[in-house]
Design a binder for this molecule. Structure first.
Ligand code: DQA
Length: 144
């Protein structure tokens, strides 16, 4: 399985960014955890603070990947453009958040990603990415 693991704005600061909310695990640690969890899968990682770069990566994934794991950061709550990009490429996608966005400020409760994702995993810290890999693998293994 070829998977793009795409992280959005401010997630490059993981480890030092609001550790009470996001923990002390860095993005490099998350990538190591994913590789250790799924050594036989082809995982590609990209982090960008730029919405357009994320959209370009989603477009490129259409032909290069079997699925997408997306933590769009704050763009989750604002970006119709990311919603449209995911809808356009029609790849199975799993939405991940380290924190439980539903237990936080009201402005984090709505996700533009959720309606175009297979599902959402939120509140389990870095482990959420591992759950997302498993969810995508199970989805792709299902007979069509
Ligand atoms: C986040 C939650 C978002 O609300 C926030 O803007 C982030 C991180 C998470 O992983 O918990 O940047 O996506």
């Amino acid at each position: 399985m070829r998977v793009l693991i795409l992280n959005g704005p401010n997630l490059n600061l993981l480890g030092t960014r609001q550790p009470k909310v996001y923990g002390t695990t860095t993005l490099a640690d998350v990538e190591d955890m994913c590789r250790a969890h799924a050594p036989d899968e082809q995982l590609s990682f990209l982090q960008s603070n730029h919405e357009g770069a994320m959209i370009d990566a989603i477009h490129a994934a259409k032909t290069e990947q079997d699925g997408i794991i997306l933590n769009a950061g704050a763009y989750t709550h604002t970006s119709i453009a990311l919603h449209d990009a995911l809808a356009s490429v029609e790849l199975p996608s799993v939405e991940v958040h380290l924190s439980n966005i539903h237990a936080r400020e009201a402005f984090r409760h709505h996700s533009y990603i959720a309606p175009v994702a297979l599902g959402q995993i939120a509140g389990f810290g870095a482990q959420g990415y591992l759950f997302a890999i498993d969810a995508l693998r199970a989805h792709l293994a299902k007979p069509t």
